[in-house]
Design a protein around this ligand. Structure first.
Ligand SMILES: [Zn+2]
Length: 344
């Protein structure tokens, strides 16, 4: 099995100062891939910049030019959480373009699967607004590229970042060609992602939200994947699976309150890989969203590459949380979501 790695040093030039979403995340991830020598087994895919026309598949032209001119002026704050520097426009177009390269290579079967280690992340960015550390919605742009350039008819986006991907949901809320599935802490930033947000018009039913109560962990996430994601994906029959991979549901992450482990991320990646093999000739592309504990980010990315390469012994250097996980109310909760989406 071959796995592609998208990375470019330009991603470090998106300078956010002492912000939690900073270049250190990718520095830690890349050094861990080198130290563990797994990097030698990956196929490096060179990133390219997305063109304005490609960005405009998802974003308003005025928004794209606003970000470009803001960078030329030296950067600054775009919203209370999201800051940019002089090189952020360039980093952001290479982030969207890097994920597009991964989608192109996987769709053409040049590699079996790929993981794009990009920043800034994307899933909160809307048509005309940067938010939640995100500037351009990388995964939404890549999904749209797959539909338009490769004439795919159905793309699944699975988003396990701890935050709801409001921007991705918005982009495809009325679009039956993209199934958006998200697990996320709720209530939590950005406030969207209730289970009754299911899409509208022709897209009704192709948005699947699985909100999670603070304190839930691997067991609840894996049940959400096995009992909701797997049946809705089989019904939808995607031709490509994109994954918004955020490692902030981990117990050691400082921004959220979930209790996942690296082993839990591995098990989710195995489910996604098996779904891709069963439904779409293995076409599977991961992209980095959040995750702010550097050890968690580095070891989880390495572990997912182990899954993509078919390795069986996978390390979880952080282990389980010492605090007990809170599981009350899950049965009623998952039953309600299954009823909404007609899965038994
Ligand atoms: Zn997040």
């Amino acid at each position: 099995m071959t796995a592609g790695l998208v990375y470019d040093p330009i991603y470090l030039e998106h300078d956010t100062g002492d912000h939690v979403e900073n270049p250190g995340r990718l520095v830690a991830a890349m050094s861990h891939l080198k130290e563990t020598r797994i990097k030698e087994r990956l196929i490096s895919l060179p990133a390219r910049p997305a063109t304005p026309e490609e960005l405009e598949m998802i974003h308003a032209p005025e928004y794209v030019s606003h970000i470009k001119s803001k960078a030329e002026e030296g950067g600054g704050w775009l919203d209370p959480d999201t800051v940019m520097s002089r090189k952020s426009y360039e980093a952001a177009i290479y982030a969207a373009g890097g994920l597009m390269v991964a989608v192109e290579e996987v769709t053409k079967r040049e590699v079996d699967s790929a993981f794009a280690l990009v920043r800034p992340p994307g899933h909160h960015a809307t048509r005309d607004r940067a938010m939640g550390f995100c500037i351009f919605n990388n995964v939404a742009i890549a999904a749209e590229l797959a539909l338009r350039k490769f004439n795919l008819n159905r793309v699944l986006i699975a988003d396990f970042d701890v935050h709801h991907g409001n921007g991705t949901q918005d982009a495809f809320y009325a679009d039956p060609k993209v199934l958006y599935f998200s697990t996320h802490q709720y209530p939590f930033y950005p406030g969207t992602g209730r289970m009754d947000e299911i899409g509208m018009g022709e897209g009704e039913g192709t948005t699947v939200n699985f909100p999670m109560a603070a304190g839930w962990g691997d067991e609840e996430y894996l049940r959400a994947f096995n009992e909701v994601l797997v049946p809705v994906a089989r019904r939808f029959e995607p031709e490509l699976i994109l994954v918004s991979a955020g490692f902030d549901p981990h117990w050691a992450d400082q921004l959220a309150m979930m209790r996942m482990t690296v082993t839990g991320f591995v098990q989710m990646a195995v489910i996604l890989k098996e779904l891709a093999a069963e439904l779409c000739q293995g076409r599977l592309v991961f992209t980095l969203e959040g995750g702010y504990n550097l050890r968690v980010v580095a070891s989880s990315i390495k572990a997912i590459f182990d899954v993509l390469l078919g390795n069986s012994e996978i390390e979880d250097p952080l282990g389980k949380a010492s605090m007990a996980s809170k599981t009350g109310g899950f049965e009623e909760h998952i039953e309600a979501i299954k009823r909404i989406h007609h899965v038994s």
